[in-house]
Design a protein around this ligand. Structure first.
Ligand SMILES: [Fe+2]
Ligand SMILES: [Fe+2]
Length: 203
């Protein structure tokens, strides 16, 4: 994924940076962030499994996403072990307002290609925003161990969001992918603007 053109990298750009207050809030409620983060990784693994079972005829997708399932589940385990180190339980999954709002933008009926594209772009977007949030934590926390901890996630999720775009372009006309991606970026910025800045959530 390192051979992406600058053009491709540019189109991946999120339109709205995270509110700077978020890192401060997150640093106060790091335990809540860990629980929320664990479930983000679990959902990432689940979503990849769903894509594999749904699009089992698409060899490249199956091949590329199979190792990502392992990687995301590895992330889940890394976060879980941080919770255990603090004698914390995993806790309950919270309602994921950010992801729910993204899903409202997905095309549900009609053209199967458009539905497929939206599933991939939703994944790309969640990865991109998670990557941006982990970058904030890796730069803004005072605890060096936790800064390094989040840097690893940041690097990994950066690879994932480019993978989902590349997969979309493998199966669907590039122009179509790009124009829909621009719509998604604009929609996502509106979501970020509309939801409360909370330190107990990754998004
Ligand atoms: Fe992950
Ligand atoms: Fe990921």
């Amino acid at each position: 994924m390192n051979n992406l053109s600058q053009d491709t990298k540019n189109i991946l750009g999120l339109q709205l940076p995270t509110d700077p207050r978020w890192v401060d809030l997150a640093s106060i409620s790091l335990e809540d962030i860990l629980t929320d983060h664990a479930y983000c990784e679990q959902k990432a693994a689940n979503s990849c499994i769903s894509l594999i079972t749904k699009y089992n005829d698409k060899d490249e997708l199956v091949n590329e996403l199979s190792p990502i399932v392992t990687e995301e589940w590895g992330h889940f385990r890394m976060v879980l072990s941080e919770l255990r180190k603090r004698n914390l339980q995993l806790g309950k999954q919270r309602k994921d307002e950010y992801v729910n709002k993204l899903m409202e933008f997905q095309k549900k009926g009609g053209n199967p290609e458009e539905r497929f594209l939206d599933l991939l772009l939703t994944m790309a977007l969640i990865e991109a925003r998670s990557c941006e949030r982990f970058k904030r934590l890796s730069e803004g926390l005072t605890d060096e161990y936790m800064r390094n901890f989040y840097r690893k996630f940041m690097e990994s999720e950066a690879g994932h969001y480019t993978l989902f775009i590349t997969l979309a372009e493998t199966y669907i006309n590039k122009e179509k992918v790009r124009s829909r991606w621009k719509q998604w970026l604009a929609y996502e910025a509106e979501i970020i603007k509309s939801i409360e800045v909370r330190g107990d959530r990754v998004h």
